[in-house]
Design a protein around this ligand. Structure first.
Ligand code: HEM
Ligand SMILES: [Cu+2]
Length: 537
């Protein structure tokens, strides 16, 4: 344990380098500052994306036009989807918490390539501006949905190119982060930190990094092909020129299904840190969690066809995609079992991160079980492209990755800022948010089963009741968000100072002062043979 480092002695927040003020941040190669740059930029985009979601829910308050016409609705769900997926949940946990904590958790001073790390953030910002520029000039906001499906994506008159190019650039940011993390985890672990002693969050970042590195280029190339098709009519996807629009769907989902694991694996990793800390107990089935992480990272490649059951493919292909989809659900179920067993007979300390973690397990299970409804061929055909799908993926990406993000920020907040938030308000914020979440997304399952299609600004009278509840839920959720964000923003500057290990965690980041000093450790730690990340006595 290295708690001797004088508190605040050139901690990373106060450190003054060559540049002062804002420049000292946007030119810093310190992984912790870069983590915060991501936190602020991703946080800002989340607010924009959430406002667009709320606007759509307002439109759906009643049948017919409420506040926007059909075309505006199409543009709104497209921009909402692109922001939420490419700018928030894909980079989210690795870019913010991976950057900030992973080097500390493995006993390193920084990532392997600090300058490349900063470049990744610049690419992120460039991608954001490129996508947003599609709204500001040209021939109208993109309206294809975040999936940019052919043939519509090369036919629509709207300003698609900057959005596609922006997503491409965001992909590069992701690839470089993945590469950086892989090398860091392979090369920079401190002495004694064997693979079998790595914290589980680091393990999930490792699995994620492989997917980032190997899957993201596929979508990059696919997006370039869409641009080529639009501008030069090269005839890859356009049937009139001998191309095949279904090919687009294959290429897109070969990336985008593994990408859902880019979104969820680190989320599972953060939960796997929080549950042992707040149960004060060794994580149950450490090796099973690692094995299931790597199994997900591998099997996740083989199931993309479950997005295309209705696009026309052979019965044999449908059968195998459905079977494999059920198989990929098993490792996730194993993790749920492990988390619950970790809590069993632990000395549970109920605090805000723990509330988030437990509610994560709850919504993640509903999301996962509804995923099986979609993975089964016969039921999928019935609810395909209905509100059921919207309910399912919000439960998984928002309920999963989003809840884990909030769990993580409440867990590591005292480490990052050296201050504590108001715990009572944090709990109230969680409760309001959670109730809002359930009210907002649960009705979508019923609406979908009743036959309400997704991506429509209008609906039949019979769907009115469920939509009122859902829109109402969106307001409750927004209230929760306001409470949570206000509390955190205020406390980052004014909250009471806290000790370096307020939750009694056992991973390395809790052994350094809060906020951590410039290069994390006075001297690189050495892990003893009988020591490990979850050694609670
Ligand atoms: C403030 C909270 C949110 C609200 C109120 C909200 C609401 C909505 C609504 C109403 C739709 C359109 C449904 C349709 O007509 O098909 C939608 C689509 C979507 N949302 Fe959200 N959402 C929220 C948060 C999120 C988050 C956090 C994510 C990602 C993790 C996300 C990802 C998506 C995606 C990918 C689509 C599909 C876009 C498309 O069809 O191309 N949303 N959301
Ligand atoms: Cu999938």
């Amino acid at each position: 344990m290295h708690t001797t480092h004088a508190e605040n002695e050139a901690n990373y927040l106060k450190y003054k380098g060559k540049y002062k003020g804002l420049l000292g941040w946007i030119l810093s190669t310190d992984h912790k500052r870069i983590g915060l740059l991501y936190l602020y930029s991703i946080g800002t985009m989340f607010i924009v994306g959430a406002l667009l979601g709320l606007a759509m829910k307002f439109e759906l308050l009643a049948p017919g036009k409420t506040i926007m016409n059909a075309q505006t609705y199409n543009a709104t769900f497209t921009v909402h989807g692109v922001i939420m997926i490419f700018m928030i949940v894909v980079p989210g946990l690795p870019a913010v918490f991976g950057n900030f904590l992973m080097p500390i958790m493995i006993g390193a001073k920084d990532v392997a390539f600090p300058k490349l790390n900063l470049l990744s953030w610049y690419l992120y910002v460039a991608g954001v501006f490129l996508v947003l520029s599609a709204l500001l000039f040209g021939s109208g906001t993109p309206d294809t949905g975040w999936t940019f499906y052919a043939p519509y994506s090369f036919k629509t008159g709207t300003n698609l190119l900057p959005a596609v190019f922006g997503a491409f650039v965001l992909g590069f940011s992701s690839i470089l982060t993945g590469l950086n993390f892989l090398v860091t985890i392979h090369r920079l672990r401190c002495p004694g930190l064997k693979w079998t002693k790595l914290p589980l969050f680091v393990w999930t970042l490792y699995g994620t990094a492989w997917i980032q590195l190997l899957a993201t280029p596929v979508v990059g190339i696919t997006l370039v092909l869409i641009a080529l098709e639009r501008v030069f009519g090269v005839g890859i996807f356009d049937p009139a020129l001998g191309g095949d629009p279904i090919l687009y769907q294959h290429l897109f989902w070969i990336y985008s299904h593994p990408a859902v694991y880019i979104m969820i694996l680190p989320a599972m990793g953060a939960i796997s840190e929080i549950i042992p800390t707040f149960s004060q107990k060794h994580v149950f089935g450490y090796k099973a969690i690692i094995a299931s992480t790597m199994a997900i990272a591998f099997v996740g490649w083989l199931v993309w066809g479950h997005h295309m059951y209705t696009a026309g493919m052979s019965g044999t292909a449908q059968y195998y995609f459905s079977l494999l989809t059920f198989i990929v659900a098993i490792p996730s179920a194993i993790k749920v079992f492990n988390w619950i067993s970790t809590m069993y007979k632990g000395s549970i300390n109920i605090q805000t991160p723990f509330y988030w973690a437990v509610s994560f397990i709850f919504v993640f299970m509903i999301g996962g079980l509804s995923g099986l409804v979609l993975g089964a061929l016969s039921t999928n055909v019935y609810v395909h492209d209905t509100a059921f799908v919207v309910g399912h993926f919000h439960y998984i990406v928002f309920g999963g990755t989003g809840f884990s993000f909030f769990a993580a920020i409440h867990y590591w907040f005292p480490k990052i800022f050296g201050r504590m938030y108001d715990k009572a308000w944090a709990n109230i914020g969680w409760l309001v948010f959670f109730i809002g979440f359930l009210a907002l997304y649960t009705p979508m399952f019923y609406l979908g089963l009743m036959g309400m299609p997704r991506r429509y600004y209008d609906y039949l009278e019979e769907f009115h009741g469920g939509n009122i509840l859902s829109t109402f839920g969106s307001w409750i959720l927004a209230t929760g968000l306001i409470i949570i964000i206000t509390n955190l923003v205020r406390s980052a500057r004014k909250g009471p100072k806290t000790e370096s290990n307020p939750w009694h965690g056992k991973t390395l980041e809790w052994s350094v002062p809060s906020p951590p000093p410039l290069e994390n450790f006075d001297e690189i730690p050495v892990i003893a043979e009988d020591d490990g990340p979850y050694n609670y006595k």
